[in-house]
Design a binder for this molecule. Structure first.
Ligand SMILES: [Fe+2]
Ligand SMILES: [Fe+2]
Length: 188
């Protein structure tokens, strides 16, 4: 095999691994986001001030999840083996923070979306460094979703996240939990 051919094969395999990892972890993340907002909505459905906001963010998460479902099929990526755990934990997180109060629900949103924005920015850097043209579709998708997540973060702040009881504790526990979950879902 020529040197050129073997280096093209190496790049192809490396890109496949990158796509597999990115799509698996993002599918899990969007699944978890869908379940968090579902949990929050169930508890705050009769809260006229917060339920429409939560519902709007939830509908965007459903769209994100559908897109990563499609990408999983398109690139035949293995989904996380821990999907049921992400799903149940995220629903509980949404419901429990909402039960503490709407501002605690918003603190949960701020913590989660902050980590997700940083996570998507890291992936964008990786994909751009690899090949901006070949990876255009995935780059455009992640950029669009990153902007949605930034909007969710801003909404959480606007609706009083920082006035929540024990904001710093909620923020630190939830954001550190998200970082650990991301590391696991990239691999398993
Ligand atoms: Fe999302
Ligand atoms: Fe979001």
């Amino acid at each position: 095999m020529s040197k050129l051919k073997s280096s093209a094969n190496y790049l192809y395999r490396r890109r496949r691994q990158l796509y597999d990892q990115i799509i698996r972890v993002n599918h899990s993340g969007e699944l978890a986001a869908d379940r968090i907002y579902w949990g929050q909505f169930v508890v705050l459905a009769n809260d006229d001030k917060h339920s429409p906001v939560i519902q709007e963010m939830w509908s965007q998460e459903k769209h994100h999840l559908q897109e990563f479902e499609k990408l999983s099929l398109k690139y035949r990526c293995r989904k996380s083996a821990l999907q049921h755990i992400w799903s149940a934990t995220a629903f509980t997180l949404g419901a429990v923070t909402a039960a503490i109060g709407p501002k605690a629900a918003m603190a949960c949103t701020v913590a989660v979306e902050d980590v997700i924005c940083q996570h998507y920015d890291n992936q964008l850097r990786q994909l751009i460094n690899d090949n901006i043209d070949t990876n255009k579709h995935l780059i455009d998708t992640i950029k669009e979703f990153r902007d949605d997540e930034q909007h969710h973060f801003d909404t959480g702040i606007e609706f009083g996240a920082k006035d929540s009881i024990a904001f710093n504790v909620l923020y630190n526990v939830i954001s550190n939990g998200c970082r650990v979950a991301i590391k696991i879902a990239e691999k398993i």
